[in-house]
Each structure stands twice: as structure tokens, then as C-alpha cells.
Design a protein around this ligand. Structure first.
Ligand code: RB5
Length: 156
């Protein structure tokens, strides 16, 4: 069973705590990469810690919580191999897995309540990647990620 990496800043902390209880109720394992305090802090540090756990394989995926999810996702997506999506409803969470093989989910504690967040997490965790035609598109993203270019810079 894949371990879910969790991380938040001070704004996302209460949502992260609620999601821990939800994951436990489902029998899913998690690891918390901070913050563990309501003191104001800088979200990129905690996003980065969760990213490392996913890249190294210690965790299969991650759920990040900040005010909107945006800052955490922007920070996480700077690292090659990370596909982090901000979601405020379950449909996008499911499709980000099925079509984009997303490996990190970012949630906004100022946007979604804990009940909706738990539904979004469930859709994210329970939806498999479909592969097939979608893999070609992920390969193109990988090319951009690794080279900064697409098709050698010719576009298309
Ligand atoms: C903190 O005020 C806030 O900027 C942060 O939680 C997050 O929303 C950033 O994207």
C-alpha cells in the first residue's frame, strides 16, 4: 500500500490534520512532513520535503495543504517528475490521475472544507492512470521538463 506524504503551511495545518483522520479511517498510511505548528511559516519548505519523499519513492503520492493550494503546487512543480494539481472538486482530481498521472494533490484550506477535501482526496487516491494515448502527452511534458524545449525547439 502506498504511503501518502502530507505537508502544509500554518494555514493548511487544520485541513491536513482532518485529512490524517480521514486516511486513518480508510486504513491508509501517511507521513507528515510538517509544519506542525500554527506559527507563520514558508510553504515551499514543506512542499519540498514532501516532493523529496515522492521522488525518492518513500511515499507514493502527496497531499499538500496551504491557503489556496496554489503556492504549494507551484513550488512542487519546479521539480522534474512532479505533477501536482490544485483541485477544489473531485472531477478534476480523478481526471488528473486518469489522464495526467498526477502524483501530488494541492488543496486550499481557505477554499474547501474538510468534508469536500476528503472526497477530493478519495477521488485522487482511488483513480488509476489510464496510460495509452495519455502517455505520449506525458512524454512531451517530460521533454519540456528535461530540456526546456519541445521537438528540439521547433514547436508543434
Ligand atoms: C499564506 O498566507 C498563504 O499565502 C499560503 O497559505 C498559500 O495560500 C499560498 O499559496
Amino acid at each position: 500500500m502506498k504511503v501518502v506524504a502530507l505537508a502544509s503551511d500554518h494555514v493548511g495545518l487544520p485541513l491536513k490534520e482532518a485529512l490524517k483522520a480521514h486516511l486513518e479511517a480508510r486504513g491508509l498510511a501517511w507521513r507528515d512532513f510538517g509544519t506542525d505548528s500554527a506559527e507563520r511559516c514558508d510553504y515551499p519548505r514543506f512542499a519540498y520535503a514532501a516532493v523529496q519523499a515522492v521522488i525518492e519513492g518513500a511515499c507514493g503520492c502527496a497531499v499538500l495543504c496551504c491557503g489556496t493550494g496554489a503556492g504549494m503546487a507551484i513550488a512542487a512543480n519546479k521539480i522534474p517528475g512532479i505533477r501536482c494539481v490544485v483541485c477544489s472538486e473531485g472531477y478534476t482530481a480523478a481526471l488528473s490521475r486518469a489522464h495526467n498521472d498526477a502524483n501530488m494533490l494541492a488543496l486550499g484550506a481557505r477554499v474547501v472544507g474538510p468534508g469536500l477535501a476528503a472526497q477530493i482526496v478519495d477521488r485522487f487516491l482511488d483513480t488509476p492512470y489510464e496510460g495509452g494515448r495519455h502517455q505520449r502527452r506525458l512524454d512531451l511534458i517530460r521533454e519540456i521538463e528535461l530540456t526546456g524545449l519541445l521537438d528540439g525547439g521547433e514547436g508543434g
